[in-house]
Design a binder for this molecule. Structure first.
Ligand SMILES: Cc1cc2nc3c(=O)[nH]c(=O)nc-3n(C[C@H](O)[C@H](O)[C@H](O)COP(=O)(O)OP(=O)(O)OC[C@H]3O[C@@H](n4cnc5c(N)ncnc54)[C@H](O)[C@@H]3O)c2cc1C
Length: 464
């Protein structure tokens, strides 16, 4: 089908958030209150922080302040790949923290186990399936890189099963696949909005006070703690955790390290039994292809296909605007790529199209820190892989706020910061040059030009 026709009826909103399971909002904060811990942000970062703070110490008085609705941002509109990796993939982790990589991989696996346990403990209906991820190659140069990844994983004792073209097509049938590997334990699929709403409910059940539509406009150090100023009230809290993602940071220094990058996705109508049979996909893995500009895709509980990725768009000037959540040029491209990958599904229509903003930092994996004499902690910069890793980041924030030295806080990955991005307009020029170079590399068997090689040497990059 012509991509424009396939997209014609697609609603312009995130599929996951367009659900009858969406809860009524919690009230706004009116008046002044106090808390032991105030958490700012109601995405996965904030929700995990509030929940685990109560689990660690049920007597703690915890308030969570969300500027809009719980899970409305990246957390409720992503691909739903909850990855074990804490470093945006083993290769990035190995490159930056080689001496820590086996610890980081173990902590990541424990973190993903912890998500599964929490989902079971609070009976969160979020379609959690620990299926792993299929990494597929569509070009020979990608196979070469995969062989390296498989070898590294093998040395670290991580299960990456290499699959040849026949084997991978037996899993998911696309004529474009020439091989790949199945990362067996490294990923669970979730419905991200339902996970966020379930965590919200779990927080409420433990006594967390949640205020929605309550943006924190400013904060003041009051010596014994912090005062958070919202439009109709204040919170005085001994400790503050920021899980504010890519949005205007309350801590000004963070803005040097974060850029907003837009990522886009489509959702198909449910597949009929015959259509599903034509693809196989019995093991329901998440799938990612292996170019620099990659697609990610997966089945939903009712057998739709979420199809996202490829373009990672930085709008010059680095603003966050609602109109950037729609980009027809990208949707058409995604629809074309979908029908190339699955020609047998060319009659399928899309029901939803949307975009969302990612907190990209130059090392592609979150960074952590404290300010105001240790009374405030933050974890941001997940760069498109925060569904799983935000729980780890939440634990780091709680360790830091408690003044505890733990295995987590002693990691070099946790202690170090990424390189900052240069100020505008150099920032925009540099990022657009990098995006162009990445697209060129995909067109030329993965070969990285001088610009990318220089950035690689500096440990700087751009990704989603
Ligand atoms: C289209 C898309 C696909 C993605 N796919 C995947 C995937 O498959 N797997 C994966 O691991 N990751 C994926 N990601 C990334 C993942 O969604 C994020 O890494 C993760 O959700 C980050 O969670 P967060 O809580 O840190 O941030 P967010 O979800 O952005 O939440 C931050 C919250 O803080 C609130 N806030 C900010 N400032 C204030 C303030 N001053 N006062 C009050 N509230 C405030 C915001 O309103 C927001 O609700 C994807 C992202 C997008 C956009």
């Amino acid at each position: 089908m012509d991509p424009l026709k396939a997209l014609a009826d697609a609603e312009r909103k995130p599929y996951w958030l367009d659900s009858p399971a969406k809860p009524e909002p919690r009230p706004r904060l009116f008046g002044n209150t106090t808390a032991d811990l105030a958490v700012v942000g109601g995405g996965f970062s904030g929700l995990w922080t509030a929940l685990m703070a109560k689990e660690r110490d049920p007597s703690l008085d915890v308030v969570l302040l969300e500027g809009r609705r719980i899970g409305w941002a990246a957390s409720g509109r992503n691909g739903g790949f909850a990855m074990a990796t804490l470093t945006h993939g083993i290769a990035n982790g190995l490159e930056r923290w080689p001496e820590e990589i086996s610890t980081l991989e173990r902590l990541g696996a424990e973190n993903l186990d912890g998500i599964g346990e929490t989902v079971a403990r609070y009976d969160i209906d979020c379609g959690y399936e620990r299926t792993g991820e299929l990494n597929v190659a569509t070009e020979p140069w990608q196979l070469e890189e995969m062989r390296e990844s498989i070898q590294i994983a093998h040395e670290l004792g991580i299960r990456f099963d290499a699959l040849d073209a026949d084997q991978i097509r037996a899993e998911v049938n696309s004529p474009t696949y020439i091989g790949g590997f199945w990362e067996r334990d490294g990923c669970a699929m979730v419905d991200p909005a339902r996970l966020a709403w379930g965590l919200r409910q779990a927080c409420l059940s433990l006594g967390v006070r949640i205020y929605e539509r309550t943006p924190v406009r400013n904060m003041k150090d009051i010596g014994t703690g912090m005062e958070l100023l919202t439009p109709q009230g204040t919170v005085k809290a001994a400790k503050v955790a920021l899980g504010t993602g890519v949005f205007q940071p309350l801590l000004r220094r963070l803005k040097h390290f974060l850029v907003p990058v837009y990522d886009y996705a489509l959702m198909t109508e449910p597949l009929s039994a015959d259509q599903l049979a034509s693809v196989g996909w019995h093991n329901r893995q998440g799938v990612g292809d292996s170019a620099n500009q990659f697609h990610y895709y997966r089945l939903t509980a009712d057998n739709r296909i979420l199809w996202g990725g490829y373009d990672a768009v930085y709008y010059n000037g680095g603003k966050i605007k609602p109109e950037y959540e729609q980009r027809d040029e990208t949707f058409v491209k995604l629809a074309e790529h979908f029908s190339t990958t699955f020609p047998q599904l060319s009659e399928l229509r899309f029901t939803h199209r949307w975009g969302g903003v990612i907190d990209t930092c130059s090392r592609f994996s979150a960074f952590y820190g404290q300010s105001h004499g240790g009374r405030l902690a933050y974890a941001v910069g997940y760069t498109g892989m925060g569904v799983g890793a935000t729980r780890f980041g939440a634990n780091v924030m709680l360790d830091l706020l408690n003044g505890e030295r733990t295995e987590r806080t002693e990691l070099r990955m946790v202690k170090e910061k990424p390189l900052p991005f240069p100020p505008e307009p150099v920032r925009s020029a540099g990022i657009q040059m990098t995006r162009w170079s990445i697209a060129q590399a995909d067109l030329h068997q993965g070969r990285r030009n001088l610009w990318l090689r220089t950035l690689d040497r500096m440990g700087l990059g751009f990704d989603s």
